[in-house]
Design a protein around this ligand. Structure first.
Ligand SMILES: *Cc1c(COP(=O)(O)O)cnc(C)c1O
Length: 492
């Protein structure tokens, strides 16, 4: 299997090259040259498998430089770190409504599903290529990717990791998780500005020839742990298959029945993995793209216009406070019939004019599986409260956005629905506590105790332990300083 760049289809690389590079030098994203197909029988056969085996089965179709056993060893190591033996368990809420819990990993958000795998893939790809330069992993995070990547790359030989988060744009627990990280190869800094500022600056560093040359001289190559990296996206495809076969095995659906997935969306990585699963043969009826009030994607799917001429809002679902959804570029590439020049032109228009417009009928014809909606702050909080009262199930604010959008959607109930749950509610303790109508608690760790009392649900130890953890990183930089920090690293 070869990979091509969305902005230069003549650039064709292997899977390991795509993973090591992270992003194509001209700024495009790597996509597989075709989608491997799974028959219904092959999907059904996954019913008997462990989660790690399901994951290795999907990954091996894309990474033919690896044997199935190599990938299984990687997946086994990754998912043995999860606190649920199913890794990504599917929970039935009521008839035809299911929650896919993707947050049982070491940092309590769905990013762990991929970021427990990616560092191992990078190490294995380095070994296969005989790479001797160190891999410098640069990460822009809206909150959850940062900690998951830090835990994944911490003290991994041959790698160093630098994480940049919006200094005022993440939850208290998210920030503390990152700034208390150990490891001799880690660096964390806050950025003045929002996630888009951090992501844009990091992407610029990637394509900056001066930085590339300096790093080369210093014995480094750059890679990315954001979902622009194929090695981040790939492990996410597996849980769509896993949820589907769990529904078949538990006789909730018959093999071949279509299912809806509702996905709380920011950078469009999670939901794109669902689209790829559908292209591989998974029976998907709808992919419902759920946004908070940063609803640029809702407007895009409704009108065909993607426009940045809007305010940026800080919300209680901060990991979705994003206006420039990087992975949408991979969908645009499919909508444009894999025309690299057309895709590059759209991305150039976004950069220069702050918007682009697709013909709505083409969008509907090529991406009709997508539907979109958004929930405002009040709806999100109300959903947390009502869902807890009704089912005794505590939603984090991101998952609550998805549930709210599901209930608002005209087509709800036409097919069994799986809502992807992306974080443990204790990552957002204070806002979840307020949503339940409890007294506001300024001290975050008192809030943890209060939420435990109000919900009867135990906080993860990794959250309560943060109270005594030492803060190691205090830098707050301007976005344009990222380049200098990376250049300094190159000189060391
Ligand atoms: C990252 C994240 C999302 C958004 O996922 P994308 O792949 O960026 O669309 C949603 N919820 C949580 C909790 C996240 O950490």
């Amino acid at each position: 299997m070869k990979y091509v760049s969305t902005r230069n289809a003549s650039r064709s690389v292997t899977g390991s090259e795509a993973i090591l590079m992270g992003i194509s030098p001209e700024g495009g994203l790597f996509v597989p040259e075709s989608f491997p197909q799974f028959s219904l029988e092959e999907i059904a056969a996954m019913g008997e498998m462990t989660y790690a085996e399901r994951s290795a089965t999907v990954m091996s179709r894309y990474l033919d430089e690896f044997t199935y056993d190599e990938l299984l060893a990687i997946a086994d190591r990754a998912y043995s770190r999860f606190d649920d033996e199913d890794a990504c368990p599917l929970v039935k809420i009521e008839e035809d409504l299911f929650i896919l819990e993707l947050w049982h990993g070491p940092t309590f958000a769905f990013k762990d599903v991929a970021l427990t795998v990616l560092p191992q893939l990078i190490s294995a790809c380095r070994a296969k290529k005989g790479e001797t330069d160190k891999t410098l992993v640069l990460v822009a995070t809206s909150g959850d990717t940062g900690k998951a990547a830090l835990e994944g790359f911490k003290d991994v030989p041959g790698t160093e990791i630098m994480v940049f988060y919006p200094s005022e744009g993440v939850s208290y627990m998210q920030k503390l998780q990152m700034t208390t990280t150990g490891g001799a190869n880690t660096y964390v800094a806050g950025i003045k500005g929002n996630f888009d500022d951090a992501q844009t600056a990091v992407k610029q560093v990637f394509t900056d020839p001066e930085v590339r040359a300096a790093l080369k001289k210093g014995g480094y190559v750059m890679s990315s742990a954001n979902s622009i990296n194929w090695g981040r996206l790939l492990p996410q495809i597996a849980y769509y298959f896993s949820a589907y076969v769990d529904l078949v095995t538990s006789e909730e659906i018959r093999l071949g029945d279509q299912v809806d997935f509702v996905v709380p969306t920011g950078n469009f990585g999670d939901i794109l993995a669902g689209y790829y699963a559908m292209r591989m043969g998974l029976p998907v009826r709808k992919l419902l793209c759920a946004s908070n009030i940063n609803n640029v994607l809702t407007d895009f799917f409704e009108t065909g216009e993607y426009s940045l001429a809007r305010d940026f809002h800080k919300t209680i679902s901060p990991s979705m406070d994003i206006l420039i959804s990087s992975n949408l570029e991979r969908l645009l590439f499919e909508i444009e019939n894999r025309d690299d020049k057309a895709t590059a032109a759209l991305m150039a228009a976004l950069k220069s004019e702050g918007k682009y417009t697709l013909d709505l009928s083409t969008l509907r014809a090529k991406a009709g599986v997508f539907d979109a909606g958004y929930a405002d702050e009040e709806e999100t909080a109300d959903t947390i409260n009502e869902f807890f009262e009704e089912y005794g199930y505590l939603l984090d604010p991101h998952t609550a956005v998805a549930v709210a959008v599901h209930y608002d959607n005209d087509a709800q109930g036409d097919a069994p629905t799986v809502v992807l749950s992306t974080a443990n509610p204790y990552k957002f303790t204070q806002d979840v506590l307020s949503a339940l109508g409890e007294k506001k608690e300024e001290d975050p760790f008192k809030a943890v105790k209060a939420l435990r009392l109000a919900s009867g649900i135990e906080p993860p130890e990794g959250i309560t332990a943060l109270e005594k953890a030492e803060v190691r990183f205090r830098d707050v930089l301007a976005a344009q300083d990222i380049k200098n920090i990376v250049l300094k690293k190159a000189e060391k």
